[in-house]
Design a protein around this ligand. Structure first.
Ligand code: SAM
Length: 219
């Protein structure tokens, strides 16, 4: 994603009460920031937010947190939320955090999260950067520290080398195992049910790229 420094980003995020400013202080107590005590699903690398905002509106029985490490990108998601708010259509069950996924265990307590979404994660194509991929076993160790016993990780991408890497990581993982997989999600009548497209998914599928999806569960 091309990044631009957007001067207003910090002030817009600061003023938005749905952006959690001190997420470590809510560790183990996330339900208190939502109106209802219910399962918590997070998306890491939410980008411009279309996926999670749509999901949150469709599923009021789930609490959602969108995580994005760049304020200039999170700004886009927050502005979308504010447009919905102006129309009286903003979901009450969504919060945003500007943070790096490496810090997940300092923000969420063990078993506090029941689903993690990873959509079109950065591929980090160089082998020496493999540990930075969000589906590397280094990251699965972090997910293990915050997910419930029946928690899942759902990953979509059109990047076949990254997808193959992710499947191979799961084959050697002591913590997670592959539960479901599709190499052509949009033509998979089972896995595509209820699919919500992300910005990247809409762009790459319109170019004819098949979308891969996997769901990993704990061993
Ligand atoms: N999920 C969106 C979609 O499918 O349209 C955006 C995909 S974009 C390629 C990946 C996003 O993940 C970027 O916005 C990037 O800043 C974010 N990201 C990458 N690594 C991250 C990390 N370690 N922690 C938090 N966000 C991260």
């Amino acid at each position: 994603m091309r990044l631009r420094n957007i001067p207003r980003a910090e002030s817009v995020l600061e003023a938005c009460k749905e952006v959690v400013k001190d997420p470590e202080s809510l560790r183990g107590d996330w339900n208190q920031t939502f109106k209802k005590e219910q399962p918590l699903h997070i998306e890491i690398g939410m980008g411009k937010g279309q996926f999670l905002l749509t999901l949150a509106a469709k599923n009021p029985q789930i609490n959602y947190i969108g995580i994005e490490r760049y304020s200039s990108v999170l700004l886009r998601a927050v502005e979308k939320f504010q447009e919905l708010e102006a129309e009286g259509k903003a979901p009450a069950n969504i919060r945003f955090i500007c943070m790096d996924a490496n810090d997940l265990p300092t923000v969420f307590a063990p078993a506090e999260v029941s689903r993690i979404y990873l959509n079109f994660s950065d591929p980090w194509p160089k082998a020496r950067h493999a540990r930075r991929r969000l589906t590397s076993n280094e990251f699965f160790k972090l997910y293990d520290q915050v997910l419930t016993a029946d928690g899942t990780v759902e990953f979509k991408t059109d990047n076949r080398p990254l997808f193959d890497f992710s499947v191979e990581e799961l084959e050697t993982s002591e913590l997670f195992v592959l539960d479901q997989l599709s190499y052509d999600l949009h033509n998979d009548s089972t896995m595509n049910q209820g699919n919500i497209m992300t910005e990247y998914e809409a762009k790459f599928s319109s170019m004819g790229n098949p979308i891969c999806k996997l769901i990993a569960k704990r061993r």
